[in-house]
Design a protein. Structure first.
Length: 385
């Protein structure tokens, strides 16, 4: 608990959020420079993954778990001071109107879906109304948003295969991350009986490769495009999950270490192409919208990953002794994470080729034909890059 709380606090300085991505896009206008900047910034996630569990474990073992929340205060104050000092002002030429109906529909969709997944192992009949609500909210959202001048989510951008692919890859990659950390934390502390600090030390083989590979991913995107980083990410994340699903990697320190390293490499490579693709397909004035979709996809993926893997694990453990049943009960969860890795790999291949490029060009042409659209010219330039 302490490790996770501190990790979230420290990641406040490095999480790829809509405002921050808008700043990067307006500061680094060249596509290669922007890719490298995103890669360097992605390395901050690796620092937080290393420092968060260690500092959190130390605080929990020495001061108490409530101390992890006090750590948010200096982090927030530092972020505020650095923003005032270094972040230039930038804004869209035309403010977007608030879309309260769209916001309510999105909340209803994701909230009911997550609740239905979490409660499914307990009672299927009890979750049917929430599953139905999520379907109704999705249908209403798809019908309502295209009719608004300033929609919460502009569905026209999803006609671009690279942009849609980046969204699905973000959901899959962060679902894998959420499920991976969930299973790993439970195993290290509840099965092996490690302290919070000792469990935090085991996160280093995951965090260090993330820190090292994120800048390299940004450089590869700047020089060769997003395909190679996505393929590396898909292969290594899949291989990591397979180690646990097939070889019970938890039962050996060597395979456990190797599984963490492989997943850290994959996660380090996957962040930059997601964000770069999402923002490159949007005009500078719409950078906040593009980053919001990417950031929401990340958060949604992590939430769904924990919900799905947690539900599967709870159903597998049942009333059996927890320590004895965990490794076996976790196997379906690891296969789910394997599927997430394969999604990253498959979409990395599919959405970075000539066909995907043509869909981006067609999407740009459609946007250009829409009267009053400020997005199309910039989108065309971004696609042609």
């Amino acid at each position: 608990m302490g490790s996770g709380g501190t990790s979230q606090a420290l990641k406040a300085l490095g999480e790829l959020n809509p405002v921050a991505m808008s700043i990067i896009t307006n500061t680094f206008t060249d596509s290669r420079e922007r890719a490298r900047a995103i890669g360097v910034w992605g390395a901050v996630v690796g620092i937080s993954m290393a420092a968060g569990p260690l500092v959190g474990g130390l605080l929990v073992d020495s001061v108490g778990w409530r101390s992890i929340f006090w750590l948010n205060l200096p982090v927030g104050m530092a972020a505020l001071a650095l923003t005032l000092r270094y972040v230039p002002e930038s804004r869209a030429p035309k403010p977007r109107r608030v879309d309260p109906v769209g916001q309510v529909l999105v909340i209803a969709l994701f909230g009911s879906l997550t609740y239905a997944i979490i409660e499914a192992p307990t009672s299927l009949t009890a979750v049917i109304p929430f599953a139905a609500l999520s379907v109704i909210a999705l249908i209403a959202l798809l019908r309502y948003e295209p009719r608004r001048t300033d929609p919460l989510i502009d569905l026209r951008f999803f006609r671009s295969a690279p942009f849609s692919g980046a969204t699905v890859i973000a959901i899959s990659a962060f679902a894998a991350l959420g499920g991976f950390l969930f299973l790993s934390t439970l195993y290290l502390q509840n099965v092996r009986g490690l302290s919070a600090l000792q469990a935090g030390l085991w996160m280093l083989p995951l965090a260090v490769p993330t820190f090292l590979c994120a800048p390299l991913s940004g450089r590869l995107i700047g020089s060769r495009g997003p395909r190679l980083p996505l393929l590396i990410a898909g292969v290594t994340m899949t291989a990591s999950a397979l180690l646990f699903a097939v070889l019970d990697a938890e039962t050996s320190n060597t395979t456990l270490f190797l599984g963490y390293v492989l997943f850290g490499i994959g996660f380090g490579f996957v962040n930059a192409p997601i964000t770069n693709t999402a923002v490159s397909g949007m005009p500078r004035a719409q950078a906040g919208v593009a980053a919001a979709v990417a950031s929401t996809s990340r958060q949604l993926g992590q939430t769904l990953g924990v919900a799905v893997v947690g539900a599967v694990l709870a159903a597998g453990v049942g009333s059996s002794p927890y320590r004895e049943a965990f490794v076996t009960a976790a196997v379906p969860g690891w296969w789910i994470l394997t599927g997430c890795g394969l999604v990253v790999l498959g979409l990395g291949l599919l959405t970075t080729g000539p066909w995907a490029q043509r869909t981006s060009e067609r999407a740009a042409e459609r946007l250009e034909s829409v009267s009053g659209s400020v997005a199309a010219p910039s989108l065309v330039r971004a696609v042609k890059k």
